[in-house]
Design a binder for this molecule. Structure first.
Ligand SMILES: *Cc1c(COP(=O)(O)O)cnc(C)c1O
Length: 374
């Protein structure tokens, strides 16, 4: 990745490798064997561009997508257009008053509460049109979804048309979400699986979905009919650590702006937390936290240059400084901050966060380049 900058040192660049995305989609498809892979495109496709990512995944065969917000769903529907028919599911569900817009953009709400179910059923009655919907049931994450008791009450209500809370709704999928799937040995996983299996007996006609990225790798019991991976499609390891089966989709590179010698006792950048012990050389690169490089990753983070990892010394708004050691380097040479060698999970760990946050914080300041067919 250490190529001379084509623009003579112009600026940071975010390269989104759609072929790597397709590779990861295929890896997840093989791993989930038999289950439909429904990519998660919330937060603008984890910051990488939901339109481009969605189009490429559609070309790879994906026909069901998830987003979080109504507006994300509308934008994705517009980007994919009528020539790419697919189901787009909205995790926020049927928030108050959103029914007409959901229907207009042909978005499927993931119903998360009794109130949402009531609103959806009332809308179906008003329009006298059956409304496809998904039920989200909480199996122990305590975040979103009907409690198992509520799910039971809803299922039992539909034994008679007079009491049917699901009247007018076509529940095609029952889903739940896991809280500790990135820890394969955590007993919470088996507890959630057991709870989910019980809920499914209430809705024998619906398809089922339990797993996001990490769940796909927990084994066949967790895959059901459909899986909803996000971060692993974009190159984040399912366990929060790098996974060699997955390729980096996002590569952030930046030019070296300046090189300098540091001697013992020198203090680098703002404050006095970085004091040089042994004489070394440092490089300044034109990328900073304004571009999405987490400032906290300074301690323990690295960039990739000349075939090796070079420790970060400071991350400022527009520039970062790293320890070059005795590696050769030139002004205008491009440094990899995130990518196939500077792994996103490593940067996240150094910054005390997760790959998800690194991805969605990549800003629009860095020039964006898409590689591979959309
Ligand atoms: C974000 C999300 C996913 C995708 O999670 P990853 O860990 O990125 O694979 C799946 N399902 C739900 C409900 C989510 O909120």
């Amino acid at each position: 990745m250490a190529e001379p900058a084509p623009n003579g040192g112009g600026g940071a660049r975010l390269t989104v490798d759609l072929d790597a995305l397709a590779h990861n989609y295929a890896v997840l498809g093989r791993e989930a064997a038999g289950a439909e892979v429904a990519p998660m495109l919330k937060s603008d496709g984890y910051g990488l561009g939901a339109a481009q990512v969605g189009k490429r995944l559609w070309a790879e065969g994906a026909r069901t997508f998830f987003v979080a917000r109504l507006a994300e769903g509308e934008a994705l529907r517009a980007a994919l257009g009528p020539q790419r028919p697919c189901q787009i599911n909205v995790l926020d569900g049927m928030t108050p008053g959103s029914a007409p817009r959901l229907a207009a953009a042909d978005l499927t709400p993931v119903l998360t509460s009794l109130a949402q179910i009531a609103e959806a059923s009332a809308f179906a009655a008003r329009t006298a049109t059956p409304l496809p919907a998904i039920l989200h049931v909480d199996t122990g994450m305590n975040r979103q979804g009907l409690t198992p008791e509520e799910a039971r009450a809803v299922a039992q209500s539909s034994n008679s048309t007079a009491t049917d809370r699901l009247r007018g709704l076509e529940i095609g999928l029952v889903m739940s979400h896991m809280g500790s799937a990135s820890e394969p040995k955590n007993s919470r996983n088996a507890r959630q699986l057991e709870g989910f299996l019980e809920v499914l007996t209430l809705f024998p006609q619906a398809r089922a979905s339990l797993s996001a990225s990490a769940g796909v790798f927990l084994g066949p019991d967790y895959r059901f009919d459909l899986v909803r991976p996000g971060v692993s499609l974009y190159g984040g390891g399912p366990g929060g650590t790098p996974d060699p089966r997955l390729k980096a989709v996002a590569t952030l590179t930046a030019p070296i702006l300046d090189l300098r010698h540091l001697k013992p006792g020198d203090v680098v950048g703002y404050g006095e937390s970085v004091r040089i012990v042994r004489a070394t050389r440092a490089a300044v690169a034109g990328v900073g936290y304004s571009d999405g490089v987490i400032r906290a990753a300074r301690a323990g983070g690295y960039v990739w240059l000349g075939g090796g990892r070079r420790p970060l010394l400071a991350v400022n708004m527009d520039i970062l400084i790293f320890d070059l050691g005795d590696a050769p380097a030139e002004v205008a040479e491009m440094v990899e901050i995130i990518g196939p060698n500077a792994l996103i999970d490593d940067l996240a760990t150094a910054g005390g966060t997760v790959a998800y946050e690194i991805l969605v914080r990549l800003s629009r300041r860095a020039e964006r380049v898409y590689v591979g067919e959309v």
